[in-house]
Design a protein around this ligand. Structure first.
Ligand SMILES: Cc1cc2nc3c(=O)[nH]c(=O)nc-3n(C[C@H](O)[C@H](O)[C@H](O)COP(=O)(O)OP(=O)(O)OC[C@H]3O[C@@H](n4cnc5c(N)ncnc54)[C@H](O)[C@@H]3O)c2cc1C
Length: 446
């Protein structure tokens, strides 16, 4: 028996599972969500059925998290818990494989700013997940802020869920950014229709899009009541005398995406520039481990699916299956990467956001560590690395283990080893002690 294990059921993971199954190998697809689709194709949890069908030969483990990946003599042992994360009855299973595809995607990133920890301030991804997945609007009057084309579907999902969106504040000037890279922008022409739909929906609901503007503080006592927005200069420093107050009851903020690296780090894959390094066949630095989708670079659902198809075929080949080179998918991936590079250029993150913080602004929310404590540790205590910074301030030592604050602490402290140190989480998701101690069935490597 030849078995490919795919972690992640988004565009990349689904394409990988289909490609591997079409080569005649057995596939186990593990995904944390109850339904397939990942972030882009997120399905309404209240509706019955699943919009996506996987071919015969693919076993779909829904609502199942991979909490650890253990290298074994020939391949990897993937540790899984199945069942609702907050329920007492999750079942355990370990699956061995010699061909593993990681497609765990990304989560959205936002820098801290005064008031970002007030109730009513959401990440753009969370606001969208609630709107798309449950039909719940995060507020009646919402402002959407940050950078990237993702702000447009977030705003339209919020409108669909019943919110009034006061404005979209885009910190960059994407028109100028794309104009500087017209070839890359053209590579994404297939997105033009989607863009036009968002534009029409926003125009219908009178939602203004203000370029080079950002929310630099959220105000309120027990929850957000208003935000302060400002025009930004090239480096994202607020332009004096441009501050404006918006009365809102919710804010959705998103500044791009951070790859979900825990599984890849556990499998010992090399990380380069914050993403999993892969070759043309989506192979990582570890033989038998492939990676696809946002884990390897941020470029949207089409690119993720193309990379997934390549990874699935390569994983099947690794097990000795007869595989036709996925030329079409490789070409789509090449084009997609050109568009991704143009996106990165049009929507950069500029350093001025650090100036929005005050000493009292909370950076690590689990341990309630404020910016002043991090600054003090770096400037006055002369902490030499991420480990001593964690011990001195407790930043990144709470429940999320640095998943939310890691990138921010790393950037604010400017420590050379910080980004890597915060991505290392041997246990990828929270598990109970009882679950750790439990004997679980092992599907041995074929
Ligand atoms: C919150 C959010 C919302 C987004 N909404 C949009 C949108 O509306 N439009 C758009 O163009 N782009 C959107 N994006 C960008 C989008 O992520 C990508 O374009 C595309 O979905 C990437 O595909 P992927 O397969 O790489 O990852 P994803 O689609 O993110 O899929 C990854 C899957 O891996 C699973 N997973 C992760 N870790 C584990 C684990 N340890 N165990 C088991 N399963 C795991 C997750 O449950 C998820 O289903 C969104 C991104 C985020 C983070």
């Amino acid at each position: 028996m030849r078995r490919v294990v795919v972690v992640g059921g988004g565009p990349a993971g689904m394409a990988a599972a289909k490609a591997a199954a079409s080569c005649g190998v057995e596939v186990v697809l593990i995904d944390a969500a109850p339904k397939l689709g990942g972030q882009y194709h997120r399905q309404d949890a209240r509706e019955s059925g699943d919009r996506f069908k996987l071919p015969d030969g693919v076993e779909h483990l829904a609502e199942s998290v991979v909490w650890a990946i253990e290298p074994i003599l020939e391949g990897h042992r993937v540790h899984v818990r199945t069942g609702p994360a907050d329920g007492p009855d999750r079942t355990g299973r370990a699956i061995e494989t010699r061909a593993l595809v990681l497609a765990t995607g990304a989560y959205d990133w936002t820098p801290p700013f005064p008031g970002w920890d007030l109730p009513g301030v959401y990440t753009a991804g969370a606001a969208q997940a609630m709107a798309k997945g449950q039909g719940v609007a995060v507020g009646e009057r919402v402002i959407v802020a940050g950078t990237g084309p993702f702000l447009l579907p977030v705003a339209t999902s919020l409108i669909d869920a019943g919110s009034r969106v006061s404005a979209i504040l885009e910190a960059n000037d994407p028109v100028a950014g794309f104009a500087a890279r017209p070839g890359g922008a053209l590579a994404g022409w297939t997105k033009a229709g989607e863009l036009a739909q968002y534009g029409a929906a926003l125009a219908r609901h009178d939602v203004p899009l203000r370029r080079r503007c950002a929310v630099i503080a959220a105000l309120g006592e027990d929850r957000v009541e208003a935000v302060l927005a400002a025009r930004l200069d090239e480096d994202w420093n607020p332009v004096p005398h441009t501050m404006r107050r918006f009365e809102v009851d919710a804010v959705a903020v998103g500044f791009g995406f951070t790859p979900q690296l825990e599984s890849a780090v556990a499998a010992r894959c090399e990380i380069e520039g914050g993403f999993v390094a892969v070759n043309a066949a989506q192979g990582t630095s570890v033989p038998g481990v492939f990676a696809a989708g946002e884990l390897t670079g941020i470029g949207g659902a089409d690119l993720a699916a193309a990379e997934g198809a390549v990874a699935g075929a390569a994983a099947a080949k690794r097990l000795g299956a007869k595989v036709r080179a996925p030329i079409g998918a490789m070409r789509r991936a090449r084009v997609g990467r050109r568009f991704a590079a143009a996106l990165a250029e049009a929507y950069p993150v500029r350093p001025g956001w650090r100036g929005w913080l005050r000493d009292g602004t909370i950076v690590c929310r689990c341990e309630e560590v404020a910016y002043g404590e991090i600054r003090h540790a770096v400037e006055d205590l002369d902490v030499g690395g991420a480990r001593s910074l964690k011990l001195a301030t407790r930043a990144g030592l709470g429940l999320c283990q640095g998943r939310i604050c890691g990138r921010n602490v790393a950037e604010l402290a400017s420590l050379p080893d910080a980004a890597d140190a915060f991505a290392r989480r041997p246990v990828a998701v929270p598990v109970r002690l009882g679950e750790l101690a439990e004997d679980v069935p092992v599907d041995e490597a074929p």
